[in-house]
Design a protein around this ligand. Structure first.
Ligand code: ZN
Length: 91
C-alpha cells in the first residue's frame, strides 16, 4: 500500500489536507511525520484572528503497513489569539 493511502485511510483525511510529509525508516520501524494544512484561523473562544505560536509533535497512531511497524506523528499547530491572548491547538 502506498504511504499516502495508508495515511489518508488511517486518519480519515484527504491527500489535499497534507501540507508536509516526512518519512523516516530504520530497520524495523517506519516513522511518518506530517503537517496538515491550516484551515480555520479563528479563535475558538472569541472568534478573533490567531497567529501560529509553535508546533507540537503528537504521536497519533501506530500500526502495521506492509508488515512494518509504522508510527504516524502529527505536527499540531498551536495558535495564540491576537484579541484575547488565549492559546488553542488544532490539527
Ligand atoms: Zn480569542
Amino acid at each position: 500500500m502506498p504511504i499516502n493511502d495508508f495515511i489518508t485511510t488511517a486518519l480519515n483525511i484527504s491527500e489535499d489536507d497534507i501540507e508536509d510529509l516526512n518519512v523516516r525508516s530504520d530497520e524495523e520501524d517506519l516513522i511518518i511525520t506530517l503537517k496538515l494544512k491550516a484551515k480555520s484561523l479563528d479563535c475558538p473562544y472569541c472568534g478573533g484572528n490567531v497567529t501560529i505560536k509553535d508546533y507540537r509533535k503528537v504521536k497519533i497512531l501506530s500500526g502495521d503497513m506492509n508488515h512494518r511497524k509504522t508510527t504516524i506523528c502529527l505536527k499540531k499547530r498551536r495558535y495564540t489569539c491576537k484579541v484575547c491572548g488565549k492559546t488553542s491547538m488544532k490539527k
